[in-house]
Design a protein around this ligand. Structure first.
Ligand code: NAD
Length: 288
């Protein structure tokens, strides 16, 4: 089993940024690639803020924070990822975009020991692996949760083609990153979003149909079900666009219209109300 030293992260957004952060704290060298201008600067600022909070709380030494920041390098081309021995893809939840990237990554990173992992929330890992051609046995689902530095779980999802060795190494890396890996099979939404996302979607229907206002829907689910946050607040946190993408994947993948995204959820996305990341979703998200 080769030891992972350089981890490449594709996508410097909420998830990619978080994955880069925990990998750097765990001592890995991290290369981050994002296709859009400004993403690197935003990611660097988030790292400083997030790691700074760990230092304030006494959970991380200032020197370790500085060392972790020094291990993260932002690059502007895919070619600059050639030194990586592990890739975690965390770009937009769009099957075509991800498959195109995996075709390119497979052609570029041809060494047998390089693992190509995807953080997709719901897209078929088998489909992504197929796009990687001969590299398919090296493709695996490595599904982190948001916010990555705080959430314990990594859902590990082998594709139909994934080798047993790659699955075992994924479990080992997740553990090294301080996470608890749990395995799920490659069915639309895996376990987490198969169960969570229809509930969030139903909360949008409840709002759309006037069952209650968002504050009441969230309050009832928090107090009545002991959830740490209500489903609509959670949707803002995840990103409403990501929620729509995941519902689309469930509807297609499970071949059932009951998983179609609620019209109100889709309309908010059309209006640019994506949640925390755009400053407004169901709620106003001050400071974003
Ligand atoms: P995000 O919108 O915050 O970040 C996505 C980033 O990818 C952006 O910075 C964007 O510029 C970049 N990007 C888009 N296309 C690209 C490309 N072709 N090449 C390089 N960079 C590209 O989204 P996110 O919330 O971080 O989600 C990323 C992935 O993680 C998605 O697949 C999502 O389903 C999954 N995920 C999200 C959550 C969540 O709670 N948000 C949880 C688990 C998994």
């Amino acid at each position: 089993m080769s030891d992972t030293k350089t981890l490449a992260v594709l996508g410097a957004g909420q998830m990619g940024g978080g994955i880069a952060q925990i990998a750097a704290v765990a001592g890995l060298n991290v290369l981050v690639y994002d296709a859009f201008p400004g993403a690197a600067e935003k990611c660097q600022a988030t790292h400083k803020k997030s790691l700074g909070k760990f230092v304030e709380k006494g959970k991380l030494a200032q020197g370790d924070m500085d060392a972790a920041l020094g291990r993260v390098k932002h690059v502007t081309s895919l070619d600059a990822l050639s030194a990586a021995d592990w890739v975690v893809e965390a770009v937009v939840e769009d099957a075509k975009v991800k498959k195109d990237l995996f075709t390119k990554l497979a052609a570029m990173l041809t060494r047998d020991e390089v693992v190509l992992a995807t953080n997709t929330s719901s897209i078929s890992i088998t489909e992504i692996a197929t796009a990687a051609g001969a590299a398919a046995p090296r493709v695996v689902g490595m599904h982190f949760f948001n916010p990555v530095p705080l959430m314990a779980l990594v859902e590990v999802i082998p594709a139909m083609q994934t080798s047993k060795d790659v699955t075992e190494r994924t479990i080992a890396l997740a553990t090294k990153l301080g996470k608890t890996p749990l395995k799920a099979n490659d069915r639309a939404g895996f376990v987490s979003n198969r169960v969570l996302m229809p509930m969030i979607n139903e909360a949008f229907y409840a709002w759309m149909e006037g069952v209650a206002e968002p504050e009441a829907i969230d309050g009832i689910m928090k107090l009545g079900c002991n959830f740490p946050m209500g489903p609509l607040r959670l949707a803002d946190f995840i990103g409403l666009d990501t929620c729509v993408h995941i519902m689309n994947v469930l509807a297609e993948g499970l071949n059932n219209d009951r998983y179609r995204a609620c019209p109100l959820l889709k309309q908010l996305v059309t209006a640019g109300r994506l949640g925390d990341k755009s400053g407004r979703g169901v709620y106003e998200c001050p400071g974003k």
